[in-house]
Design a protein around this ligand. Structure first.
Ligand SMILES: Nc1nc2c(ncn2[C@@H]2O[C@H](COP(=O)(O)OP(=O)(O)OP(=O)(O)O)[C@@H](O)[C@H]2O)c(=O)[nH]1
Ligand SMILES: [Mg+2]
Length: 448
C-alpha cells in the first residue's frame, strides 16, 4: 500500500453482527501481529502502513481497531466488554441497550432500538472523524433479528455513508430451508430493502451453508465460533489484497473489486465460496496446486450461501488467491477449470474474471480449530441464482402477510400497516432485476 493509507470502519449490529465482527478482529489482530492490548509484537516485521487501514495508531505505540459493536441487548456486548479483548477494543467501541428487539424489525426501528440510536450515531460519526482518509464502511448483521435489521436501517438513515465512500454490508440471511424464527421473512425483507438503498454491495451468507462447510472441513461439535471463523476469514479477506498486495498488485483497492462485480446498480448481491481453511486433517505446510484450488472453489459444496452457483449464470467473478500462488499459473488454472466444469457465464460480459492475489496466507487466532493453510482461494461472485432465494423470501413474506400473521407485533411498536405493502413493492423491484437478467426481459431486453 502506498501513499496515505486508506481506512475502513467496521460496524457489527445485533448479536450475530457483534459476535462475527469480534472474530473478524481476532483474525485482523493475528494478521497484523498485535497482542491483546494492541501492541505490535515484532514491529520490525511490519514493513508498510497497511495496518492503518483497520487500526488507529496512538503516540503510545498502541493500535486500536476502527470499530463499533452495537446491540439493543446488553448480553453479547457485555461478553466483549469484560472478555479477553476488552483492552484491545477500548470502551468507545461499544453501544448497548437494556433489551433485545425480540425478532421484531419494528422494535429495532421504532422503539427499543431508538433508546440507543443517538449514542450509536455519535460513536459511529466519531469513528469516521478519526479516520485519516476514510475509504470504506463495512457492516455485519443478520437479517433475521430485530436489531440487525431495524436498528441498522435507522442508524444508516440518520448517519448515512459519506459520499464517495465504499459501503459493504455482510449479511447473514435466513436459509430458505431452515429458520430460527417465525418472523424471519418479515425482517429479512424490511432489512434488505432499506439496506439496499444505504449500502453499495451486499455479501450474502447463511448459517446452514456455513455449518455444512464446517462439516466438510471435518469439524466436530460445530458451534457459532467455528461458523464465525469461516465468516471472519471471508470478511477480513475483502480488504486483504489492499493490505498484503500480491506481486504487481500495488494499485489494488476495494473500489476496483466492487466495480468489477456489479454490472448494474440493482444487481449487487455477492455470493461467496471458499476453499481450504486448514482443519486438523491437513498438514499446515501443504500447498495444493493452483489448478486444484481453482477447480475446488467452483464446486457447489464450497459455497457459503444456499443457492447452488452451478445452477445459475455467473455475471462476474472475483477470485482471491492467498498465500503461495503464482499469477501466471493462475490464469492457466482458470482456463483448466473452465474446460473441466464449463460453468455458465453470461455471453455479454466477455472477460468476467478478476483475479486478486495476496501473499499473506489465511490465518486464524490461536484458539481456533482451523489452522490456516499455505494457499487458499475465496471466490466472490455475482450470480443470477440469487433470484432463487429472493423468490422464496418474497413468497414466504406474502404467505405470512396474507393472514396478517404476527403483524400486530409490528404495529404495536409504531409501524404502520401500509409499510408492509411498500416494503414488498420495493423488494419486488430488486427481485425483478435478477429475474429480468435471466429471462432477458425488462431493462435487460436485447431487441425491445
Ligand atoms: N453466524 C452467526 N449467526 C448468529 C450468531 N448469533 C446469532 N446468529 C444467528 O442470527 C439469527 C438471529 O439474529 P440475531 O443477530 O441474534 O438478532 P439481533 O440482530 O440481535 O436481533 P434481536 O435479537 O431480535 O434484537 C439467528 O439465525 C442466529 O442463528 C453468530 O454469532 N454467528
Ligand atoms: Mg439479539
Amino acid at each position: 500500500m502506498q501513499g496515505r493509507p486508506q481506512n475502513m470502519v467496521c460496524v457489527g449490529i445485533g448479536q450475530c453482527g457483534v459476535q462475527a465482527l469480534n472474530r473478524v478482529w481476532y483474525t485482523l489482530m493475528k494478521e497484523h501481529d498485535l497482542n491483546f492490548i494492541g501492541e505490535m509484537m515484532q514491529p520490525a516485521h511490519q514493513e508498510n502502513t497497511s495496518i492503518l487501514m483497520h487500526f488507529q495508531e496512538h503516540t503510545t505505540g498502541k493500535y486500536t481497531p476502527r470499530t463499533l459493536f452495537i446491540d439493543s441487548d446488553d448480553v453479547p456486548i457485555e461478553v466483549l466488554r469484560t472478555g479477553k479483548m476488552k483492552n484491545f477494543y477500548g470502551m468507545h467501541a461499544f453501544c448497548s441497550g437494556g433489551s433485545s428487539c425480540a425478532n421484531n424489525y419494528a422494535r429495532g426501528r421504532y422503539s427499543a432500538g431508538r433508546n440507543i440510536l443517538d449514542d450509536a450515531c455519535d460513536k459511529y460519526r466519531t469513528l469516521l472523524e478519526d479516520c485519516d482518509r476514510v475509504n470504506s464502511v463495512l457492516k455485519i448483521n443478520s437479517f433475521q433479528g430485530g436489531t440487525g435489521t431495524g436498528l441498522s436501517n435507522t442508524l444508516f438513515e440518520q448517519a448515512p455513508i459519506p459520499k464517495g465512500v465504499n459501503s459493504v454490508s455482510c449479511d447473514v440471511v435466513p436459509s430458505p430451508f431452515f429458520s430460527t424464527a417465525t418472523t424471519n421473512y418479515y425482517n429479512v425483507l424490511f432489512g434488505l430493502t432499506e439496506s439496499y438503498i444505504q449500502f453499495g454491495t451486499h455479501f450474502i451468507f447463511d448459517n446452514l451453508s456455513l455449518y455444512k462447510k464446517c462439516i466438510l472441513e471435518d469439524i466436530e461439535d460445530i458451534n457459532l465460533t467455528h461458523i464465525n471463523d469461516i465468516l471472519a476469514t471471508c470478511i477480513s479477506g475483502i480488504s486483504c489484497p489492499m493490505r498484503f498486495c500480491g506481486l504487481n498488485d500495488g494499485s489494488n483497492n476495494l473500489k476496483k473489486i466492487l466495480t468489477n462485480l456489479v454490472p448494474f446498480p440493482n444487481l449487487r448481491m455477492i455470493l461467496s465460496s471458499a476453499t481450504r481453511f486448514g482443519s486438523i486433517n491437513y498438514p499446515v505446510d501443504y500447498a495444493i496446486k493452483s489448478v486444484e484450488l481453482t477447480c475446488q472453489v467452483f464446486k457447489n459444496h464450497h459455497r457459503l450461501c444456499t443457492p447452488k452457483l452451478q445452477d445459475g449464470t455467473y455475471l462476474a467473478c472475483n477470485l482471491q488467491f492467498r498465500g503461495q500462488n503464482e499469477k501466471s499459473v493462475l490464469i492457466k488454472s482458470i482456463q483448466r477449470m473452465y474446460d473441466l466444469y464449463e460453468p455458465k457465464f453470461t455471453s455479454w460480459i466477455p472477460t468476467p474474471f478478476r483475479i486478486s492475489t495476496s501473499w499473506k496466507p489465511i490465518v486464524f487466532s490461536n484458539d481456533s480449530v482451523f489452522k490456516g493453510t499455505m494457499n487458499s482461494c475465496i471466490m466472490m461472485s455475482n450470480n443470477t441464482i440469487v433470484s432463487e432465494i429472493l423468490e422464496i423470501y418474497g413468497r414466504n413474506f406474502e404467505m405470512l402477510l396474507e393472514k396478517r400473521a404476527f403483524v400486530h407485533w409490528y404495529i404495536s411498536q409504531g409501524m404502520e400497516e401500509g409499510e408492509f405493502a411498500q416494503c414488498k413493492e420495493s423488494y419486488d423491484i430488486i427481485s425483478k432485476s435478477y429475474h429480468d437478467v435471466i429471462t432477458g426481459t425488462g431493462e435487460f431486453a436485447i431487441n425491445e
